[in-house]
Design a binder for this molecule. Structure first.
Ligand SMILES: [Fe+2]
Length: 284
């Protein structure tokens, strides 16, 4: 019988790649990289064979969608940030059985979801950045779930999370579940970016204070209270992908019945105006 052995909320900022290249960002995101490596080490120790990544860079406009291909190989340049992520080679193995099972389970639970097996359906960098670093420590199969949901409710994304858990438990896979997205996500206005050293700062002190408060709630295991404020937090603080990755994560973990104390493995840091971190959500 399968199980989710570990869960995490993860950053995927492009500057993690630049941190390993010569230039002004060199070394600056080592803590974020180390966080990914640590999460992968823990997943390996717990026997994870597959990572399911809820990706806030995969935008969807109808239904829910899962990239359940059996093999991913390509050369990725970001449409959003071609100056930051370019010509990134990748090759990963998928878990089509699990991806298909998640889609069927979610649809059976009333949330229409399609799994796709298309070589031309590329992964987005909310999946590719974590995979780039985590795969150095542990070679897992990958399933990518779209989590930039433009016309969807958090209640539906909660069901997607519940379906992930149900499908995993009916499979023979041990899974690391990753919600790939930031905390607050108000990117600096283009005209203000340079003057504010935008790569390394946050655009709103209000957002920073809210993010720090949320991290305290997570560390204290006060998830039930957090979930009461999730819709407004996602709205007022511009949560990445409206924080559907986070709704999926909590759906998988039991929503407001989840009581575990989270562990911050990368201290909160600002990036391009947004609030970023890596946080482990232990699984009972
Ligand atoms: Fe992002």
């Amino acid at each position: 019988m399968g199980e989710i052995v570990l869960a995490a909320k993860c950053t995927h900022v492009p500057t993690m790649l630049m941190s390993e290249q010569d230039g002004p960002v060199k070394g600056k995101r080592q803590a974020a990289i180390d966080g990914h490596l640590e999460i992968a080490r823990r997943a390996k120790a717990l026997g994870a064979d597959t990572v399911v990544i809820c990706d806030t860079h995969w935008v969807i406009n109808a239904g829910f969608h899962i990239n359940a291909n059996d093999h991913f190989k390509g050369l990725f340049t970001s449409n959003e940030f071609p100056q930051f992520i370019r010509d990134m080679e990748y090759e990963y193995v998928g878990n089509p059985q699990l991806g298909d099972a998640i889609a069927k389970t979610a649809s059976d639970m009333g949330v229409y979801t399609l799994a796709h097996h298309l070589d031309s359906l590329e992964m987005e960098y909310g999946t590719l950045v974590p995979m780039r670093f985590m795969s150095r420590e542990h070679n897992m199969k990958v399933v990518s779930v779209a989590a930039w949901c433009t016309v969807h409710s958090h209640d539906e994304s909660r069901v997607i999370g519940e379906a992930i858990r149900k499908a995993v438990e009916a499979s023979d896979s041990k899974v690391l579940l990753v919600a790939s997205g930031s905390l607050s996500h108000k990117i600096w206005p283009n005209k203000d970016y340079a003057a504010n050293n935008g790569t390394f700062t946050i655009s709103s002190e209000f957002n920073r204070q809210m993010d720090l408060h949320v991290l305290e709630m997570w560390k204290n295991g006060d998830h039930a209270t957090f979930l009461k404020m999730l819709p407004e937090y996602a709205s007022f603080c511009c949560g990445e992908g409206s924080m559907h990755d986070t709704a999926m994560l909590y759906g998988a973990l039991g929503w407001d019945n989840y009581r575990q104390k989270c562990e911050v493995v990368t201290e909160y840091f600002p990036s391009s105006g947004t609030g970023q971190t890596n946080v482990i959500f232990p699984v009972q």
